[in-house]
Design a protein around this ligand. Structure first.
Ligand code: ATP
Ligand code: MG
Length: 417
């Protein structure tokens, strides 16, 4: 094994003033949860530096994958750390020797061995001396460690401008040696915002929308509207699978499954066909808002994007939005092109599931020519005669909801619900 420790970089939470410890604690907790299935690790935050140290053998790639699902992690630096002995940091000889061993194990260099032509590596040492009592300054450490590395490895060359290896030597509460930074997902640690209700369909967009809001620290619950027997159990299972995939980032997701058939049929029978989708969407949003309020959510999340389909023109969005009165609706994809959304869904691992071809309740009753510029006053007028019936059906649908908890521990997701 090359590394036994990691330094976790977390940019944004560094600037939160007095709230900083709340964010740090949340990140520490999230890392601990994410690492549970990987092995035994110690996660500590010392003087604004977050360390993860392995207590045992572990799979390196699995650990990196786990870190990359923890929001708030900006970068992951696999590191070699050296503790103080008798309160003292290692002297320059010990530092030099540790550096040499680092290059042997991480870059596979051999002491005294000439490189084949073209196989040389360039490097630069960058010392940060946080502990000002260290008897050499950082430039002296750079030079001394660099010299020892050059002596040990003829295949190394110094390049101060554009080195292939930027070797960090940090002199702090301990010594940290690292030269790689693997990007994390960024964002803010889970649970540092509030909770929101995601309208999760089986499509590509809504899982991405949920991911993006969760990435800002929000916890997520989800609601799925199905229309049995018009939509199948397989379509429902697909949404459960998507929620489970999403839970690898967010922690377990409570998925509310609402039977929408009766509402849909009532709208189908009693409202103009070309307004079916928009009225249906208004009722979905209305029910989602009710469920959100019942479950301490302080916002809704949808995967809508301007102009993507008839129900997402700006006019349609305005009419849909009016159905939600008490909560903000977060639409993180509002300005994204489909290709951009697809790219994110591939990155987060939901794409393959999203494109499985099961029917969706919106696609079953759609009109050939849905309105693209609905007017609120007209829609309200057409809803009026069915409102009472729809309100009653809404109450029944909510009372009969099914709740499935998707995903196990955060960062895992392998536990079946
Ligand atoms: P997606 O790819 O997320 O399915 P879409 O392009 O199919 O989106 P619409 O069907 O117009 O778009 O839905 C817009 C948004 O409304 C979805 O992103 C989702 O948030 C919500 N939504 C649509 N259908 C459902 C459903 N059956 N259950 C829950 N939410 C839904
Ligand atoms: Mg959809």
């Amino acid at each position: 094994m090359k590394y036994e420790a990691f330094i976790i970089k977390y940019a944004e939470i560094g600037v939160k003033g007095n709230n900083r410890h709340i964010f740090e604690d949340a990140l520490v907790q999230a890392l601990r949860r994410a690492l549970l299935p990987v092995g035994s690790f110690q996660v500590t935050c010392i003087a604004g530096r977050l360390y993860v140290e392995a207590a045992d053998d572990f799979d390196y790639d699995e650990a990196i994958a786990a870190f990359q699902r923890v929001f708030g992690v900006l970068g992951i630096c696999p590191a070699v750390t050296i503790r103080r002995t008798e309160r003292r940091l290692p002297d320059i000889d010990a530092l030099g020797e540790a550096a040499i061993r680092y290059f042997e194990s991480v870059y596979g260099l051999e002491r005294g061995k000439e490189a084949a032509p073209g196989e040389e590596k360039t490097f630069k040492v960058r010392c940060r001396r946080v502990d000002k009592s260290y008897p050499m300054n950082s430039m002296e450490v750079d030079a001394a460690v660099g010299e020892r590395l050059l002596d040990a490895f003829p295949s190394l060359k110094v390049d101060v401008h554009d080195p292939e290896i930027l070797f960090h030597v940090e002199l702090r509460e301990q010594v940290n040696l690292f030269s790689e930074e693997i990007p994390g997902p960024g964002g803010l640690p889970s649970g540092t915002a509030g909770k929101a209700m995601l309208l999760l369909s089986g499509g590509i967009d809504s899982p991405v929308a949920g991911y993006q809001i969760a990435r800002r620290g929000a916890r997520v619950e989800a609601v799925y509207f199905h229309a049995p027997p018009y939509t199948s159990d397989r379509a429902k299972q697909k949404v459960i699978d998507l929620a489970t995939l999403l839970s690898r980032y967010t922690g377990p997701i409570r998925l509310h499954i609402v039977n929408f058939t009766a509402i849909q049929l009532a709208i189908y029978e009693k409202c103009p066909k070309d307004e079916l989708t928009i009225i249906m969407r208004r009722y979905m949003m209305h029910i989602a808002e009710e469920l959100a309020l019942q479950n301490d959510c302080i916002g809704l999340i949808t995967g809508e994007s301007i102009g993507q389909v008839a129900s997402q023109t700006m006019q349609s969005l305005a009419v849909t939005d009016e159905a939600v009165r008490r909560l903000p609706v977060y639409r993180p994809l509002i300005a994204n092109d489909k290709q951009e959304i697809i790219r994110i869904s591939e990155q987060i691992g939901t794409y393959e599931t999203s494109i499985l071809p099961y029917e969706d309740c919106c696609t079953i009753f759609v009109a050939k020519h849905p309105v693209t510029r609905p007017r609120l006053d007209i829609i309200l007028r057409h809803e009026e005669p069915v409102r009472e019936e729809l309100d009653a059906l809404t109450r029944t649908a909510i009372a009969e909801e099914e709740i499935v908890t998707c995903g196990g521990r955060a960062g895992n997701g392998s536990d079946a619900p």
